[in-house]
Design a protein around this ligand. Sequence first.
Ligand SMILES: NC(=O)c1ccc[n+]([C@@H]2O[C@H](COP(=O)([O-])OP(=O)(O)OC[C@H]3O[C@@H](n4cnc5c(N)ncnc54)[C@H](OP(=O)(O)O)[C@@H]3O)[C@@H](O)[C@H]2O)c1
Length: 267
Amino acid sequence: MSREAFVEQVAIITGASSGIGRATALALAREGARVVLAARRRPALDAVAREVEAMGGQALVVPTDVTDRQQVTHLITRTLDTWGQVDILIANAGVYIRKPVRELQVEDVEKSMAVNFYGALYPVLAVLPHMLQRARGHIVLVTSMDAKKGIPPDAPYVAAKFALAGFGDVLRQELHGSGVGVTVVFPGRVDTPLIANLKVPWISAKIPPETVARAILRGIRRRQPEVIVPWQARLLIYAHTFSPRFADWAVRFFHLEGWEVAPGEGS
Ligand SMILES: NC(=O)c1ccc[n+]([C@@H]2O[C@H](COP(=O)([O-])OP(=O)(O)OC[C@H]3O[C@@H](n4cnc5c(N)ncnc54)[C@H](OP(=O)(O)O)[C@@H]3O)[C@@H](O)[C@H]2O)c1
């Protein structure tokens, strides 16, 4: 896909009110795409839409709770009614739920699955018939490095992100040759409100959401199966492949779980 390929494309971005979703929406708009901004907070979405319009782009705001199937269906139909097509879906909305397994309630995992897994599954299934009928489109699933190597005490988050990564792995293979591409994105620590109260060690320093957005656009252009960002995060994957015991030790040694601090003090 060339740089010009985003011009006039219609891209739906969930979780567009903040962080990676906002940065990706702005990056796509800058490349000429028409963006559909979905998340729960309308004022924050309106602010992103104003930024898009200020750069001469087009944005459609559709407040959506991705855990609600009807709202997700409405998001897709509203987009099709407005612009007649969906070329790109970025399933990005997410919540970070961490709690030691010994203190865990089933509800903690259900809540994480509702947003991080089903909140991505619903829009994928809702948009897929349209993309298959046109034999074109691209689906991006934003998971996490936590879906490559679990970090304590993130079990609720890790479980949902592994589930999403597994779904995406099969989806990509089943859609091979259909004209619809799939990219699964595995960011390391990113400087967004999601982990504003988490101080992280130097080895997993937070990267700007714009870096992830650029990697996502590159992933779509090149039809990459997976995007791992930053590249250093791969070291943990290699370590785990070599020896899970060694990787567990590395997680403990480098304090990859980070330290919980007051909100805003984690940057
Ligand atoms: N930050 C990191 O270190 C990191 C690392 C790896 C992966 N990720 C993943 O990257 C994605 C984006 O996270 P971020 O870091 O950009 O965090 P963020 O700034 O907190 O953004 C999260 C977004 O998800 C939306 N969202 C949450 N629950 C929702 C719901 N029920 N329905 C619709 N939208 C919902 C939020 O919007 P509303 O509140 O307006 O609904 C917000 O726009 C997530 O999937 C996250 O797991 C983040």
